[in-house]
Design a protein around this ligand. Structure first.
Ligand SMILES: Cc1cc2nc3c(=O)[nH]c(=O)nc-3n(C[C@H](O)[C@H](O)[C@H](O)COP(=O)(O)O)c2cc1C
Length: 157
């Protein structure tokens, strides 16, 4: 089994942490907040690193971006990126994952997958109308997350 770790920041409603827990269960990966693990240690100890958060103002949480920036270069390490967001990501137009993936690719990490799903959003004025995507991530989203993780395991077996 490949040694894996997940770095997750789930600032708003804990939505992304629900996804991280399912993926972590499949990969048998511990979950850390960005401040809890030294990026250099992460690369030394783990072959596969997952990075995820909610999407805030069009990108991952700054603490996740900073974690990625602090990772040393590594040519023989794998990464995956995940998120929950109010709106779906649209390639080119709305590619929420791009800033993070650009940093990771520049450092030589091999991207083995991306996962995203909708998350309950009570931000700002949305609160007045009961929020958006109530109940998400739901059972179906979490099942998709499980399959995503199983696919990674199969690919890296
Ligand atoms: C401050 C803030 C900014 C947000 N910006 C966006 C955004 O730009 N695009 C989007 O689709 N969702 C946006 N959302 C919705 C969150 O991405 C969504 O609720 C997500 O599931 C939160 O994940 P979390 O509970 O793990 O923090 C925003 C939410 C907050 C609180």
């Amino acid at each position: 089994m490949i040694s894996s770790v997940i770095i997750c920041y789930s600032a708003h409603m804990g939505n992304t942490l629900k996804v991280a827990r399912v993926i972590g269960e499949v990969l048998r990966a511990e979950i850390y907040k960005p401040g809890e693990l030294d990026p250099r240690e992460a690369v030394k100890k783990y072959q596969l690193i997952g990075l995820g958060s909610g999407i805030y103002y069009g990108r991952h949480h700054p603490s996740i971006i900073t974690f990625a920036e602090k990772l040393p270069e590594a040519r023989n390490r794998y990464v995956f990126v995940f998120s929950t967001s109010g709106l779906p990501k649209i390639p080119v137009l709305h590619n929420y994952h791009k800033p993070l993936i650009t940093i990771l690719s520049r450092k030589g990490f091999r991207l083995v997958g991306e996962f995203s799903c909708r998350g309950y959003n009570l931000h700002g004025a949305l609160r007045l109308i009961g929020g958006m995507n109530k109940g998400r991530p739901n059972a179906e989203d979490l099942e998709r997350a499980r399959r995503f993780a199983e696919n990674i395991l199969r690919r890296l077996a």
